[in-house]
Design a protein around this ligand. Structure first.
Ligand SMILES: Nc1ncnc2c1ncn2[C@@H]1O[C@H](COP(=O)(O)OP(=O)(O)O)[C@@H](O)[C@H]1O
Ligand SMILES: N[C@@H](CCOP(=O)(O)O)C(=O)O
Length: 319
């Protein structure tokens, strides 16, 4: 359930008066999602998404995210385009929250990842990286390597209750990852959370990417590592190298991967796995019972991490 803030008819009418997007036809909350309150909005001009930003997003960063989406959407990537109000502003206030309207993307995210999804995701990720190159503002990745040790420290007290010995295992793994973390790989704007629930398909074709609120400026190949984690493990958590190969090759066909980027894939995948293990572990331990946030299982990412720790080189990923 992810409608944290209710919007009354009166508040919505007053809000829409500031836009030139036609008359309201239908409005409903969207149950999916974790971070923000999302609503689908139909007007006489078409379909839109209204997002109210909840407290996990720093308001000071919203112009960067919206600016990136606008840049990408106007440079060939199919992603939500922020809609500007009559005064030219895309970021406004509604019901005590920062809020924005974006265009609606048709399609549904794949509940079961098939091999046929993985190539298009790799290709779209590479296109995102190339298109992002013209967007000058940068954003430090708060959930990048410098953020992992503080997250682990805050999760250690409850870690062994999730799995005995987990705190020590994560500490050792993180020390090794940080010691080997690559320093000179190409950097750009990354999505950083391109999981299946953020990629839409329509009629077997990729129809759009959503949810740019973890995007940041970081190692480009790290974004591929996030996708290899999110798309290429089977439900039993075995790694599907055929899916990885399809994804990596499709990526490299659009944006070439250097020898250094390929060689760094094991540690980048370890980093991506521990990043999601740590945020999930932190939420698992710190989310009070009854909270609206859906907790996700950290152990799924700890098991992925173990796979990557055993990977010798890029051949483990079909590259
Ligand atoms: N531009 C969009 N077009 C169509 N549906 C969208 C769009 N943005 C969000 N949604 C819908 O809202 C849901 C939650 O969006 P998401 O950005 O993942 O939320 P959160 O950041 O809260 O996790 C998506 O699964 C999708 O159903
Ligand atoms: N993809 C992350 C959680 C972030 O949720 P989202 O709904 O904002 O994509 C994870 O799986 O841990």
């Amino acid at each position: 359930m992810a409608v944290y803030t209710e919007v009354s008819d009166e508040a919505l009418d007053a809000f829409l008066d500031d836009y030139d997007i036609g008359e309201l036809v239908a409005f409903r909350g969207i149950a999916e999602g974790v971070e923000n309150s999302n609503f689908s909005l139909r007007t006489t001009r078409g379909d839109y998404i209204l997002t109210l930003y909840e407290k996990r997003v720093d308001p000071a960063e919203l112009p960067w995210f919206l600016g990136l989406m606008e840049h990408l959407a106007t440079h060939g990537l199919t992603c939500p385009l922020p809609v500007h109000g009559r005064d030219g502003q895309a970021l406004r206030q509604l019901c005590g929250r920062h809020a924005a309207i974006t265009t609606f993307l048709p399609g549904v995210w794949p509940r079961h990842v098939r091999l046929a999804h993985c190539g298009p995701v790799g290709e779209a990720l590479a296109r995102l990286h190339l298109a992002g190159a013209g967007y000058a503002p940068t954003r430090r990745n708060a959930l990048g390597p410098q953020g992992w040790s503080p997250l682990l420290e805050r999760s250690l007290p409850g870690a062994d209750e999730v799995q005995p010995g987990l705190g020590t295992e994560l500490r050792q793994a993180l020390d090794g990852i940080l010691a080997q973390w690559p320093q000179n790989l190409p950097v750009g704007h990354i999505h950083a959370d391109l999981f299946p629930d953020n990629v839409f398909f329509l009629d077997q074709r990729l129809s759009g990417l959503i949810d740019f609120y973890f995007a940041a400026t970081d190692i480009l190949a790290y974004d591929l590592a996030v996708c290899l984690n999110a798309w290429c493990f089977e439900p039993d958590l075995s790694f599907n190298v055929t899916k990885a190969r399809a994804m990596g090759h499709a990526y490299a066909a659009v944006r070439e991967l250097s020898a250094a980027e390929r060689a760094a894939l094991p540690v980048l995948c370890q980093g991506a796995a521990i990043r999601f293990a740590l945020t999930r572990l932190y939420d698992w331990i710190n989310t009070p019972p009854g909270a609206l946030v859906t907790r996700k299982d950290p152990v799924e990412y700890i098991r992925r991490l173990r796979f990557h720790l055993a990977a010798r080189d890029e051949h483990a990923y079909g590259l």
